[in-house]
Design a binder for this molecule. Structure first.
Ligand code: SF4
Length: 514
C-alpha cells in the first residue's frame, strides 16, 4: 500500500467492501482474472474477488450464471476508427455483437465469459483502450466535450488535459482505494457538454484577467452525483489555469480518499462530505494541500445543450460533423464498423460518443457530405431522428443488470416510438428511464425522468415507474421534481402522451417544457 490514512488505523467501523479492499487492492484482481479465473472458470471465483471485478471494469450480468458486462473507458468519448474497429471485433467475437453507448461516453459489452477476459484485455490494450477502473471505487472514465479540438463553442482544446488527468489516475495505486466511485468531467464547451454538475469533480470554462492579460482556464465544482440522494456539485471560489488542473484534481481526490466516509456504502460518495463540510471548508482544506489559487474569474458557460448533436453542423475548421441518433444507446458491431468505414472514407477517422448515448462522426468536407449521408447505416442511426426517439435515454435495466427492478431499454424504445406516432410537438422533450434508484440513466436531469419500481395490483406486483419533471443543467441547474403517484409500466406511453398534451394545451407563448 503506497499511503497511510487515519481510517486505516481503525478498521472496526469499516464496511465489508472496505475490509476486502484493505486485504487486496481492487486493481490486483486484474492479474488474478488473467492468471487464475480465466483458466479455472466461473465457479472458481469467490465472493470477495467477484466484488473486486469492478476495478477491471467488469460486472456479473443478470442472471448470475457465468456471463459478464464490461465497460470500456473512452476519454471525452473520442475514439480513432482503429480503436472503434477493435471494439466492434471484440463485441462480435465475445459479446454477441451487442454494443451499448453509456451515459458516461463508455462502450458497454454484455455476454462476456471469464475465459475470454485475457484476450479482451490484450486486444483493448493493443489499441490503447482499457476497461480498468471504468467501475469500482476509483477515478472512473473522465467525461468531456466529444467535440474537443474541433468545436466552435469551446474556449480551448481539452484533449491533452483530459489525457494528462486520465494518465495520472489510471491504475495509480495511490488512488485505487477511494471510499466509493469517483467521477470527473473536463470540458471547455460553453454549453456544458460534459454535464459538470452531476460529477464528483468538474472543470468548466472560465476566463480571468491576471497581470493585465485575459487567461483561459476553468472553474472547479465538487460534490455532484445522482442515485437515491442526488446532489448538484458546488462551485469553488478558485480559478484554475489549464496547467494547474491536474494539481486540483489530485488535491480533491486526496481529500476524498482521506476524509470520505467509509462506514456505509450508500453514504460514501464525495457529495456527502461536501454537503457536510460545505464548499468553503472543502476549499480551505483543498488549498492547505495544494497551496493558494486565484479566486474565481468569469464563467463562460452560457447554457446546456444536454450533449445532443444530431444533424450536420460546422466545425471550427470549416468541415462538418454528423451527429447520429443511437436509439436508447444500443448499437452493434456491424453498425460500428460501417460507421468506421464512413469516418475513414469521408471524415477524419474518428468516432465520438456522447453523454446522451449517441455517436458523432467528424471531419467531413462539404463536398463529401452527400455521399457520406447516403450510407445505409444512417437509415437506423439517423442524423435526422424523430423528436422523442432523439431525446430518449435509458440505463441497462433488468435485461442484464442485477440491481434493476424493471426492464428499461426496450420499454424506453417503445415509449419513444409511441410518442413519435401519437404526439405532435414543436419542442424536443428529454425522457430518461432508470431501472432502480442508482441513476445510471441520469433520470434526475431529464425533462421527464422515470424510475423503475413495483406496484401492487389485484393480479400481483407489476412493473411501475415514479415520474419526475423539470430537470436541467447549466446556469439555473435544478434536479427534476417527483410527481405524485406511480404509473404501471404498461400505462407509461399513454400517461406521458397525456402529460405532454396537458403541457401543450396550457403553455404560454415562449414557454418551454422546463
Ligand atoms: Fe442497473 Fe439501476 Fe444502473 Fe439501471 S440505474 S443500470 S437498473 S444499477
Amino acid at each position: 500500500m503506497a499511503y497511510e490514512t487515519p481510517w486505516m488505523s481503525d478498521p472496526s467501523k469499516l464496511n465489508k467492501m472496505e475490509l476486502w479492499k484493505i486485504e487486496k487492492d481492487g486493481l490486483d484482481v486484474i492479474r488474478t482474472i488473467i492468471e487464475k479465473y480465466a483458466l479455472e472458470g466461473y465457479d472458481s471465483i469467490p465472493e470477495d474477488d467477484m466484488n473486486r471485478f469492478k476495478w477491471a471494469g467488469v460486472y456479473e450480468q443478470k442472471p448470475r450464471d457465468g456471463y459478464f458486462m464490461m465497460r470500456i473507458r473512452i476519454n471525452s468519448g473520442v475514439l480513432t476508427s482503429t480503436q472503434a474497429r477493435a471494439l466492434a471485433s471484440i463485441g462480435r467475437d465475445y459479446g454477441r455483437g451487442l454494443i451499448d453507448v453509456t451515459t458516461r461516453q463508455a462502450i458497454q459489452y454484455h455476454w462476456l465469459r471469464i475465459e475470454h477476459m485475457p484476450d479482451i484485455f490484450k486486444r483493448l490494450e493493443e489499441v490503447g483502450l482499457y476497461s480498468y477502473e471504468s467501475c469500482g471505487d476509483c477515478p472512473r472514465t473522465i467525461v468531456g466535450n466529444p467535440l474537443q479540438g474541433i468545436d466552435k463553442d469551446e474556449l480551448m482544446d481539452t484533449t491533452a488535459l483530459v489525457e494528462e488527468v486520465n494518465d495520472f489516475f489510471l491504475m495509480n495505486r495511490d488512488f485505487s482505494n477511494l471510499p466509493r466511485k469517483y467521477k470527473m468531467s473536463i470540458s471547455a464547451n460553453i454549453y456544458n457538454n460534459a454535464h459538470a454538475e452531476i460529477n464528483d469533480l468538474a472543470f468548466t470554462p472560465a476566463v480571468k484577467e491576471i497581470d493585465g492579460e485575459e487567461v483561459i482556464g476553468f472553474h472547479a465544482w465538487v460534490g455532484g452525483g445522482l442515485s437515491a440522494k442526488p446532489y448538484l456539485a458546488k462551485e469553488l471560489d478558485i480559478f484554475v489555469r489549464p496547467e494547474e488542473a491536474l494539481k486540483v484534481a489530485v488535491g480533491v481526490t486526496t481529500l476524498f480518499r482521506d476524509h470520505g466516509y467509509r462506514e456505509k456504502r450508500h453514504h460514501a460518495r464525495l457529495k456527502f462530505l461536501v454537503a457536510d463540510w460545505g464548499p468553503e471548508k472543502f476549499q480551505e482544506e483543498l488549498l492547505k494541500l495544494i497551496g493558494d489559487m486565484p479566486s474565481k474569474g468569469i464563467s463562460k458557460t452560457v447554457g446546456w445543450q444536454a450533449a445532443y448533436f444530431d444533424g450536420v453542423h460546422k466545425q471550427k475548421d470549416g468541415r462538418n460533423y454528423i451527429g447520429l441518433n443511437v436509439p436508447v444507446g444500443r448499437t452493434n458491431s456491424d453498425e460500428l464498423e460501417q460507421l468506421c468505414d464512413i469516418a475513414e472514407q469521408y471524415g477524419e477517422g474518428k468516432i465520438r460518443t456522447t453523454m446522451s448515448q449517441n455517436i458523432i462522426i467528424t471531419g467531413v468536407k462539404d463536398e463529401d457530405l452527400e455521399a457520406a449521408l447516403a450510407a445505409p447505416v444512417f437509415q437506423r442511426l439517423t442524423p435526422d431522428p424523430k423528436p422523442f426517439m432523439s431525446r430518449t435515454v435509458s440505463c441497462t435495466g433488468n435485461e442484464f443488470c442485477n440491481l434493476a427492478i424493471v426492464e428499461t431499454k426496450e420499454r424506453a424504445r417503445r415509449v419513444a416510438e409511441y410518442l413519435d406516432e401519437n404526439v405532435q410537438l414543436d419542442e424536443k422533450i428529454r425522457i430518461h428511464f432508470i431501472g432502480c434508484p442508482n441513476g445510471c440513466g441520469q433520470k434526475h436531469i431529464a425533462d421527464i425522468g422515470l424510475q423503475g419500481s413495483l406496484v401492487k395490483t389485484p393480479e400481483g406486483m407489476v412493473d411501475a415507474f415514479d415520474i419526475a419533471v423539470g430537470g436541467i443543467l447549466g446556469p439555473g441547474a435544478v434536479l427534476n421534481k417527483p410527481l405524485k403517484g406511480r404509473v404501471k409500466g404498461d400505462d407509461v406511453p399513454a400517461v406521458l402522451a397525456e402529460l405532454i398534451e396537458f403541457y401543450k394545451q396550457g403553455r404560454e407563448s415562449g414557454e418551454t417544457f422546463h
